[in-house]
Design a protein around this ligand. Structure first.
Ligand code: PMP
Length: 422
């Protein structure tokens, strides 16, 4: 038995499903989870001795590549000085300043420990500020695993939410109103019906959790307009897009300012971090200067802050446009190769993220994304893995490139795709 199978067997005795987050399970693609020994630049070294070119990149945080020397050095230096204080430290101020300077919609920011905490806390703040309870979310958008966001549409009726998992009370998601991504009319209808009760609209400004689905022309502007009209808050969940679509995130790239912004992943450089921020008068409603409570023993953790500061400093020097161009070329070539094999492929690409959907498309929302052929994707996964390339073990994810991916890495990826048999 190979090492990863041994580890997986053992893991399943002590950890549900053998993994600490379900997305790591690889059963959808007929594989055991990757057990990683180490990672450097764009490469994963597995417990089985494989070296893989990585396009998961920890599901987004590693935009600089794995084990970037500046980040590693910063974490090591911080660890020498103590791993947690439960009291403020200068690094928190420095990272907060860097985030405020980079992200137009953020005048003040609070650090938390994950994207889930960021969205959960932003929702509480939106409800606290507006005195309203309902939240509009989009089908296929993921905002972490807090109860209010785990709603799926029931019986095709967008406004009737049923919990997406046992354990979430129906009453909790009764205040979660659902609309299809890119369907502005549906959101307008929700506001028409519930305008006085809607605290906020939360949206991924580029959907990344049903595969990559871009916001259609005018969609985000339309949301901004509706929120303004009904005095609801617009929340951009930039946990994926923050510091990826541009240094200032999706809002800089698209020139649109939300009321609140959620961040995660990249701002922690691979350590557990999230953050939410917004206009000063909104953020000052947070305890202790305001009345909306939120807290965290490990929030603003010195190791995480050090990793975040080093990551943002390095990213600021990077050529985002060049990486975008190289990523477009790679994604385009992969799509051409797969189409050349007679497969239906819809390619979406922005910045350093892309998704190849195995469907003729178009893919503008979750229903259309769900039409993609998951069996074909499983074969694609297997072929890429055999060729030394790690793509997500699910058809509905982004592939992420990083500043550490070399042309050689891309060539290896293209070769693996060429060899794939379906
Ligand atoms: N929002 C978005 C857009 C995400 O992609 C994710 C994680 N994939 C989250 C929130 C939740 O973040 P975390 O897993 O750090 O709780």
């Amino acid at each position: 038995m190979i090492r990863s199978e041994q580890l997986f067997d053992e893991a399943r005795q002590f950890i549900p499903g053998g993994v600490n987050s379900p997305v790591r399970a690889c059963h959808h693609v007929g594989a055991v989870p990757l057990f990683i020994e180490s990672a450097k630049d764009a490469h994963l070294h597995t417990a089985d001795g494989e070296t893989l070119v990585d396009y998961v990149m920890s599901w987004g945080p590693m935009l600089l590549g794995h084990a970037h020397p500046d980040v590693t050095r910063a974490v090591r230096a911080a660890a020498e000085k103590g791993t947690s204080f439960g009291a403020p430290c200068a690094a928190e101020v420095e990272l907060a300043r860097a985030v405020v300077e980079a992200v137009p919609g953020i005048e003040m920011v609070r650090m938390v420990n994950s994207g889930t905490e960021a969205t959960m806390s932003a929702l509480r703040l939106a409800r606290g500020v507006t005195g309203r309870t309902k939240v509009v979310k989009f089908k296929g958008c993921y905002h972490g695993h807090a109860d209010a966001f785990l709603a799926a549409a029931g019986s095709g009726l967008a406004t009737l939410s049923i919990p997406g998992t046992p354990g979430v009370p129906a009453a909790t998601v009764a205040d979660t109103l659902l609309a299809a991504y890119n369907d502005l009319d549906a959101v307008a209808d929700l506001f028409e019906a519930h305008g006085d009760d809607i605290a906020c609209v939360i949206v991924e400004p580029m959907a990344g959790n049903m595969g990559l689905v871009p916001a259609a022309e005018g969609f985000l502007e339309g949301l901004r307009g509706l929120c303004d009209k009904y005095e609801a808050l617009l929340i951009f969940d930039e946990v994926i897009t923050g510091f990826r679509l541009s240094y200032g995130g999706a809002q800089t790239r698209f020139g649109l300012t939300p009321d609140l912004t959620c961040l995660g992943k990249i701002i922690g450089g691979g350590l557990p971090v999230g953050a939410f921020g917004g206009r000063r008068e909104l953020m000052e409603r947070m305890a202790p200067c305001g009345d909306v409570y939120q807290a965290g023993t490990l929030s603003g953790n010195p190791l995480a802050m050090a990793a975040g500061i080093a990551t943002l400093k390095a990213l600021k020097q990077m050529d985002y446009a060049a990486l975008e161009k190289r990523t477009a070329a790679l994604a385009g070539e992969l799509a051409d190769i797969l189409r050349g094999k007679g497969l239906p492929v819809t390619l979406h690409h922005i910045a350093s993220a892309f998704t190849l959907f195995f469907t003729e498309g178009p893919v503008t929302n979750f229903a259309q994304a769900s039409a993609a052929d998951t069996d074909l994707y499983a074969k694609f996964y297997g072929a890429m893995r055999a060729g030394g390339v790690n793509v997500a073990p699910s058809a509905f994810e982004c592939a992420f490139t990083s500043f550490a991916h070399t042309e050689e890495d891309f060539e290896r990826t293209v070769e693996a795709a060429k060899k794939a048999v379906f």
